[in-house]
Unconditional design. Structure first.
Length: 135
């Protein structure tokens, strides 16, 4: 059991012990994303309430060891998806309980060819089944 922390407080913990897995249940804004990028050992991150813009989400690409991103009940917009397309080293992005047209998610899957993009249903968007999407 961990007490409640602000995202910025995690930086102090990172100096004591590398943070590998992180679950954040409070609002995460662009400023919080900048703090998260200091956790260079981070491999898995789960967000329950993301309010970051595409600019903030692009910052996740700075995490060299990040392999998995999970979003719980995200409010997805095309800009939200475009910010994630910079995360080239990520192998899994999962959207749980997401309400959105699948088209932007297909764009994300095509932008990240080494990544599996999972939907709420547990289905994933395989690259071989995607046809090129015209801009």
């Amino acid at each position: 059991f961990l007490p409640y922390f602000q995202v910025e407080d995690l930086l102090h913990l990172a100096y004591l012990r590398p943070v590998i897995n992180l679950k954040i249940s409070s609002g995460v804004f662009d400023s919080s994303m900048a703090s998260i990028t200091e956790l260079v050992e981070l491999q898995t991150i789960t967000f329950a309430d993301v309010k970051a813009t595409d600019d903030g989400l692009q910052l996740l690409a700075r995490l060299p060891n990040l392999r998995e991103i999970v979003f719980l009940r995200p409010k997805l917009t095309p800009d939200f998806i475009s910010g994630l397309s910079e995360c080239k080293g990520v192998s899994v992005i999962e959207f749980r309980d997401a309400k959105m047209n699948e088209e932007p998610l297909k764009r994300l899957a095509m932008a990240l060819p080494m990544c599996r993009v999972y939907l709420s249903s547990g289905a994933w968007l395989p690259k071989s089944s995607l046809s090129p999407i015209k801009p």
